[in-house]
Write a protein that binds this ligand. Structure first.
Ligand code: FMN
Length: 387
């Protein structure tokens, strides 16, 4: 932002501020995608291809963005997606984001690989948070994590299925975020030293820098290389739908399968007893060269035919995108990078400001499309036959 730009307004504004505050390897870890990052661009680009209908003279004097998901009311059809290591982007980042979400009346999902453990995040707010789970080879440890989440009051589990192995994020190798040996360590140190505000906020005041939920499993939880070895050794690539059936027996709260892109996978999730799915390609961080979730959503929604709730993420950047996702068949969306940029830029208040902006954009879009309630946003309001 320059002297003449007073306040961040868009996700891009927050992104630029985040870029200035964070060490390069951390910014690129957030910002980057898989391989040539084609899908990263397509996730957002496909939203721009969609057009909505402007409707006039329909009495839009009682606009309400509230909705209900899994029996819980939300101020708008938006939740904060699970993001690993958020506590490295701002001091105790997961707790700041959870508080921001609560202030705005929406759910927050904390990651298996968050810096703050699930109980710390849950204790920072009054409403139950969501917990995101990756399947680890050590099933006893998975059960321990579920128990910990349950004891922390978590009622909704997001089980992520699109990471049997980590995607090839080239920026992470280039910057020495992963591997790089001694040269990588020196490079990371140089990047940290050129980020004084980050050193003060996260480096000095954000301790402990561990992976809260899995700290007992990582030899030195501060060492990113050992953390990478933990992921390589513990993330279970042999997981199949029968493991979801096992998980369903272990978890009696709401179960959401995150990372579904195809209709038959969505139906398999329903068969396993999931109450919801997230149509997602992990924000373009896993497989490059695939379709965007927004392009897949109408087909998946038709196949699901209201048998479970549908969320969408990957590429949502403003309130208009939220409305487009609802018109394509989603019940709600998740935001990933947008909240992380806003938090890195402005902490809890940054996330609140971003969410208020998105809420305002949804309200204005609803008024200009002639609807007062979220459930009035249907495919009728799409002016495209693109999908
Ligand atoms: C830095 C970063 C870390 C992430 N970590 C996780 C994670 O730990 N678990 C998970 O299920 N998804 C994770 N995701 C994916 C998000 O939950 C979400 O699917 C994705 O960010 C949505 O796309 P968007 O960033 O375009 O909004 C991560 C995404 C980013 C950007």
């Amino acid at each position: 932002m320059s002297l003449f730009n007073i306040a961040p307004v868009t996700v891009d504004d927050y992104r630029r501020i985040a870029q200035r505050r964070l060490p390069k390897f951390l910014f690129d870890y957030i910002d980057g995608g898989a391989n040539r990052e084609e899908i990263l661009a397509r996730n957002c680009g496909d939203f721009s291809q969609l057009q909505l209908k402007q409707r006039v003279l329909r009495d839009v004097g009682s606009i309400d963005t509230a909705t209900t998901l899994f029996g819980r009311s939300m101020a708008m059809p938006v939740a904060l997606a699970p993001v690993g290591m958020a506590g490295l982007f701002r001091r105790r980042g997961e707790t700041q984001a959870a508080r921001a979400a609560e202030r705005c009346g929406i759910p927050f999902a904390t990651s298996t690989v968050g810096v703050c453990p699930v109980d710390e995040v849950a204790a920072s707010v009054a409403e139950p948070i969501w917990f995101q789970l990756y399947m680890l080879r050590d099933r006893d440890f998975v059960l321990e994590m579920l128990e910990r989440a349950r004891n922390a009051g978590v009622d909704t589990l997001l089980f992520t299925v699109d990471l049997p192995v980590p995607g090839m994020r080239q920026r992470d190798f280039r910057n020495g975020m992963i591997g790089g040996g001694t040269a990588g360590k020196i490079s990371k140190l140089a990047q940290i030293l050129s980020s004084p505000r980050w050193i003060y906020d996260v480096g000095l005041r954000g301790k402990p820098h561990t992976f809260g939920n899995v700290a007992s499993k990582v030899e030195n939880p501060k060492d990113l290389d050992l953390y990478k070895s933990f992921i390589d050794g513990q993330f279970d690539p042999t997981v199949t739908w029968s493991d979801i059936a096992w998980l369903r027996q272990q978890w009696h709260g709401k179960l959401i399968i995150k990372g579904v892109m195809e209709s038959d996978d969505a139906l398999a999730a329903i068969d396993c007893g999931a109450e919801g799915i997230v149509v997602s390609n992990h924000g373009g961080r896993q497989l490059d060269g695939i379709a965007s979730p927004i392009a897949k959503l109408p087909g998946v929604a038709r196949a699901v035919n209201r048998q479970c709730s549908i969320m969408l993420d990957s590429g949502v950047r403003n309130g208009i995108d939220v409305v487009k996702a609802l018109a394509c068949g989603a019940d709600a969306v998740l935001l990933g990078r947008p909240w992380v940029y806003a938090m890195a830029a402005g902490g809890e208040q940054g996330v609140v400001d971003l969410l208020e902006m998105i809420n305002k954009e949804v309200e204005i879009a609803m008024a200009l499309m002639g609807v007062n309630r979220i459930d009035e946003i249907t495919g009728e309001l799409l002016d495209s036959d693109l999908w």
